[in-house]
Design a protein around this ligand. Sequence first.
Ligand SMILES: N[C@@H](CCC[C@H](N)C(=O)O)C(=O)O
Length: 270
Amino acid sequence: MTMTLTFHKYQGTGNDFVMLDDRAQQFDTTDYRLVRHLCDRRRGIGADGLILLRNHPSYDFEMVYFNADGYVGSMCGNGGRCTVAFARHLGVMQDRAHFLAADGPHEAHVDADNIVHLRMQDVLGQQEIDEMGVFLDTGSPHLVRFLPASTLAELNVFAEGRLLRNSERFREKGTNVNFVEGPVADDQPWQVRTYERGVEDETLSCGTGVTAVALAASRRGATSPVRLRTPGGDLQVAFQTQPDGSFTQVYLSGPAVRVFGGQIDVPSLT
Ligand SMILES: N[C@@H](CCC[C@H](N)C(=O)O)C(=O)O
């Protein structure tokens, strides 16, 4: 039996999402085949992930994020900013929101230029640093690899990222992998390309990824707010550094855009 679903498509610096208004909580979150189908760029709508916006008794809304592989993921920074824009589109909030995501509560506000400022969880304690890079959790796990100048553009992020994500250390739980090149001048952004777990490919941008990069880059002299350039556009990360190595007041800021909306006929999937 074919069913019809109403959807909205959003993107934040090129990281794109199918958004569903699931305030009635009817979507089966275990239906990985359906999520995978909707995210399929040939047979479905096409996206890096899918997000449900749901009612929650204690928050303005809840965001439930799935990676394109069909499974519920951890926090998605660009997806969080897009969910805020979607909630505003639906009239669930105006300029400020307090919502729940996989990693806990988040605050967000939208400024006069429609830039969404999303508060991320504090990153507590010292980060793991070894020959593989800097490993930290910004709501999702991230490995940050700093590269020599002028090597990022030519890097095969898919091949290198996949290798690291499937290395013995990360194989079981997986990790996102960010490749970074420092700014060419003081007024220039850090450049980042990311291989995403759950998409299992390079995406145009990753919000929790650039957050991890900004925090790791602060150990190399970057000061808040840090500007970051991804293949899909520019983001900014502000934070406070604590004496024990923790980061607090972490804000991810950037655009979140509604691209289109529509209906899709979904065949029964087996
Ligand atoms: N694109 C996201 C990151 C999503 C989480 C990730 N793929 C995972 O499950 O580890 C972002 O903008 O943060």
